[in-house]
Design a protein around this ligand. Structure first.
Ligand SMILES: C[S@@+](CC[C@H](N)C(=O)[O-])C[C@H]1O[C@@H](n2cnc3c(N)ncnc32)[C@H](O)[C@@H]1O
Length: 242
């Protein structure tokens, strides 16, 4: 959240007070945002009722009563909500990859533009690289459990990928297919061209720098015109609403 707020405030030249989180799931970003300042307001939009309910019970309920008043969760398709207009609209966790066809993504970008105040910004994150166009499995050990990313299909003709997340626990139990994603692997120029086509201005990309010795990402994203041919990367895209 801190990166997003700083990026917005650097670009817009004033504090961010009205934020929308599309595909909000459990509304973690919206809750983090309203906690930051008593004038911050957030709206989270997601299709899935049970996920929103979990977010209400665990994330929104954990806020102070006053902060809770400044978060609104809406159960709807992100393409059907345009009000209240916000200063920053974010679609994070690559969730907009759910739109497989260009006309569907175009509708989403057009609706996002209608939902943002003049001079406000859209933020998208994006995952790519040659490894993302192949089937592979990667397991990470985290505190008390393992997390496995299991990319089981990639079709080069339509750039469709299917991936699962599995969890493993210390007692040997497993949660297979805890999450499944059926995504279109949109490239950066496909997304930036379409954003410009629907009228976003100053569309630009933030690229993550890499440790010189290991090549691993540093977590530092800077505005760049030229990237590097990484096996796997996450990039950020921002565009301004006219
Ligand atoms: C990858 S999850 C991201 C959740 C959230 N960003 C998080 O980190 O908890 C994708 C979310 O998008 C929602 N979703 C998918 N298509 C949608 C649509 N057209 N409109 C609104 N929400 C949608 C799903 O219900 C799901 O909660």
């Amino acid at each position: 959240m801190r990166w997003l707020v700083n990026a917005y405030e650097r670009l817009a030249g004033h504090p961010l007070r009205h934020f929308r989180e599309d595909f909000c799931g459990t509304a973690a970003l919206s809750c983090a945002f309203v906690k930051r300042h008593p004038d911050n307001h957030a709206i989270g939009v997601d299709l899935d009722g049970p996920t929103l309910s979990w977010g209400m019970t665990h994330n929104v309920a954990a806020l102070t009563e006053e902060a809770r008043e400044r978060v609104a969760l809406v159960q709807a398709d992100v393409r059907d909500v345009t009000r209240p207009k916000v200063e920053l609209l974010a679609a994070a966790n690559f969730s907009w990859f759910v739109f497989h066809e260009r006309p569907a993504l175009k509708l989403y970008f057009e609706n996002a533009k209608r939902s943002i105040k003049s001079g406000g910004w859209l933020f998208l994150d994006l995952w790519g690289g040659s490894e993302s166009h192949a089937c592979h499995t990667e397991t990470r050990r985290l505190k008390g459990f393992t997390y496995t990313w299991d990319q089981v299909d990639f079709d080069p003709i339509n750039a469709r990928t299917v991936a699962h997340i599995h969890f493993g626990f210390r007692d040997g139990s497993k949660l297979k297919n805890a999450f499944t994603y059926d995504w279109r692997m949109w490239s950066i120029p496909e997304a930036t061209d379409l954003l410009r086509e629907v009228g976003f201005e100053d569309v630009h990309v933030y690229w993550e720098s890499a440790e010189p010795e290991t090549g691993k990402g540093t977590g530092i994203f800077r505005r760049r015109e030229i990237g590097t041919p990484d096996l796997s990367y996450v990039a950020y895209v921002m565009g301004r609403c006219p």
